[in-house]
Design a protein around this ligand. Structure first.
Ligand code: ASP
Ligand code: MG
Length: 615
């Protein structure tokens, strides 16, 4: 017998008939000998409808009243589902978030869960009742009792948090898709259903998977080791398991970490190889990393910033013991990459830096929270640490700094982000975990190099030219953006340093959400006159394509394969950024979906059957 939390999304409870069929599934699960807590969303598009009503009355409704309004949607569903269960002879009781005691911060419309009272739930479960709980809502306990909501899509988070608090055997998320697919089936009909994915991979795929599973729910599952499965409400198919590392016995107080950063990592065993002034055309990265992979050299970070004139700089890091080999490969290939055989000043050149360290901050809390990267840069600036290289992904920011500055950098970051020295550093990121199925613990199979491929067409790129190269500039730029509530992604600092007006200068490029592009450009151009940087260039015709997989760690050639797929189709790579389990490339927007297809195909993710997107 297991204790299971099931969650049904809006479409799954969209009509009387659907609520009745959910009741049937719940009944069967109980009859099979399980105890059940069921979390439901508002019926169909109810929440959207309520938002519309509010907007018809006020352009700027108060956040408190929005919570009062939106929390009613779920209350309708819990009562109806309870009635449907009682109607078929299954004892059931409905409860709002406040009745359960889902205690949250006093932050209307985006509250995080602090803890969950389990007494009353357990009492009903022991009486053989199914408890039907309203998703997406809670109650704040500081000062007055206030109804709060967790933010759109928050019912997944309610369900996984309940599973963690009740120490349930697993949590099932029922939805209108069969699980998590290797990519967006609307763009690639050959997308396949994944049998499993790690929670870290799922977080890095946020732009692909966020509609299926709220990232905050994934974070809770990861932190508490809750086995999680995403399945279709319409079938009995097994769906996709999201696996997590073994739980670390974390306290159930402050259940949803309020911290944006929960891990600090560093690696002093790194060296950097940069290729300067390689031609900006398709195939260059493929050739370089293809050769590197053939020599079995495993690269860590790879970055390519935006081009300057007709050329790019590409840099990568390797562990010190293999530096010599990596350097030799780069040096051998450089002459073949020369763009201007007759202009020596424009020749590709290899630059090696030995005494460097990589320092990273990580945490799912940084998703949708502007300013975390800025805080890191500001901390490093205050500690007098210059940043040589920046690379970011969804849940991680890595900076390359001088090796002799590593200790100072780490100490400063620990104090800023309040991470104790003995605190688990980011769990065991990138590792498969265990899962329970009906009480059975199963080992997961090793992760494939690439689990899924995502395309993000909703970003634009900004490039700031000729930023004075001194500590504190990155902090200024990203601090300004954070002040304006603009989240940034894929920050890349150029390798090339040029002296203009006696000051060494570099470019920094990054992406932001499309809707923030013009504002950010204006604001940064203004600030530039005072802070002494050059032009701020906006390119809105870009797309970001990413591969994610824990298996790419220690597996040379994954980047090379991605770049080769793009090169074979004459797709130019404009920018590259990586983390341990993710590689992202910026390409021209009109080539975005082609890029997605060819990469998906190259990694053998395409199936023989076409996926039919439900209407
Ligand atoms: N009903 C809420 C929404 O539509 C919460 C949820 O369904 O997860 O955002
Ligand atoms: Mg949802």
């Amino acid at each position: 017998m297991s204790l299971i939390v099931q969650k049904y999304g809006g479409t799954s409870v969209g009509s009387v008939e659907r609520i009745q069929s959910v009741a049937q599934r719940v009944y069967q699960t109980v009859t099979a000998g399980n105890s059940l807590v069921v979390v439901v969303s508002a019926m169909g598009k109810t929440t959207d409808g309520l938002v519309k009503l509010a907007n018809a009355i006020s352009a700027n409704p108060s956040r408190r009243e929005m919570d009062m309004l939106l929390s009613t949607g779920e209350q309708v569903t819990i009562a109806l589902l309870s009635m449907a269960l009682q109607e078929i002879g299954q004892p059931a009781i409905s409860m709002t978030g406040a009745q359960v005691g889902i205690v949250t911060e006093a932050e209307h419309t985006r509250a995080r869960i602090l803890h969950i009272e389990t007494d009353r739930l357990e009492r009903y479960l022991n009486q053989g009742k199914v408890v039907v709980v309203a998703g997406f809502q809670g109650i704040s306990s500081t000062g007055e009792l206030e109804i709060t909501t967790l933010g759109r899509g928050g019912s997944d988070t309610s369900a996984v948090a309940l599973a963690a608090a009740l120490r349930a055997d697993f949590c099932e998320i029922y939805t209108d898709v069969p699980g998590i697919l290797t990519t967006d089936p609307r763009l690639v009909p050959e997308a396949q259903l994944m049998a499993e994915i790690t929670s870290d991979e799922m977080l890095e795929l946020a732009s692909l998977g966020a509609k299926v599973l709220h990232p905050r729910a994934v974070e809770i599952a990861r932190n508490y080791g809750v086995p999680l499965v995403v399945r279709s409400s319409w079938t009995d198919d097994p769906g996709t398991w999201v696996t997590s590392p073994k739980p670390q016995g974390r306290s159930l107080v402050n259940l949803e970490i309020a911290k944006a950063v929960d891990g600090i990592e560093f690696d002093t065993n790194q060296a950097r190889v940069a290729l300067l002034r390689v031609p900006d055309k398709p195939g260059v990265a493929a050739r370089l990393f293809g050769e590197i992979a053939r020599q079995n050299v495993d690269v860590d970070l790879i970055i390519q910033s935006i081009h300057e004139g007709n050329s790019n700089d590409i840099a990568f890091t390797v562990t010190t013991p293999i530096l010599k080999r990596a350097e030799a490969v780069a040096a051998a290939i450089a002459p073949a990459l020369r763009s201007h055989p007759h202009a020596p000043a424009e020749e590709a050149e290899v630059m090696v830096e030995q005494n460097i360290a990589k320092v990273s901050i990580s945490g799912a809390g940084m998703i949708g929270r502007p300013g975390v990267a800025a805080q890191m840069f500001a901390t490093l600036a205050e500690a007098g640490v210059n940043i040589h290289m920046i690379s970011t992904s969804e849940v991680k920011v890595s900076c390359v700094v001088g090796a002799q500055e590593c200790d100072r950098a780490v100490a400063a970051l620990r104090s800023t982000f309040e991470i104790a020295e003995d605190e688990a550093i980011g769990g065991q990121r990138g590792q498969g975990g265990q899962r329970g199925q009906g009480g059975l613990i199963q080992e997961t199979s090793p992760s494939p190099a690439v689990r899924g491929v995502a395309l993000d067409m909703n970003q634009v790129r900004l490039a700031i030219r000729q930023i004075p190269d001194r500590p504190g500039m990155a902090a200024k730029i990203f601090g300004l953006l954070a002040q304006h509530n603009i989240s940034v992604d894929m920050i890349i600092q150029s390798q090339r340093c040029r002296v203009i007006d006696g000051i060494p200068r570099r470019d920094i490029a990054f992406t932001v959400a499309r809707m923030d592009g013009e504002n950010a450009q204006k604001m940064l151009a203004q600030a530039g006159t005072e802070l002494g940087w050059g032009e701020v260039v906006l390119d809105s015709a870009i797309a970001k394509v990413s591969i994610v997989g824990s298996g790419m760690i220690g597996h040379p050639g994954v980047a090379a394969k991605m770049f080769a797929a793009l090169s074979q189709h004459q797709i130019n790579i404009q920018m590259i950024a990586t983390s341990e389990i993710k590689i992202s490339c910026v390409v021209a927007q009109e080539q975005g979906s082609k890029a997605l297809q060819v990469i998906h195909e190259a990694f053998g993710l395409a199936g023989s059957e076409k996926f039919v997107v439900p209407a």
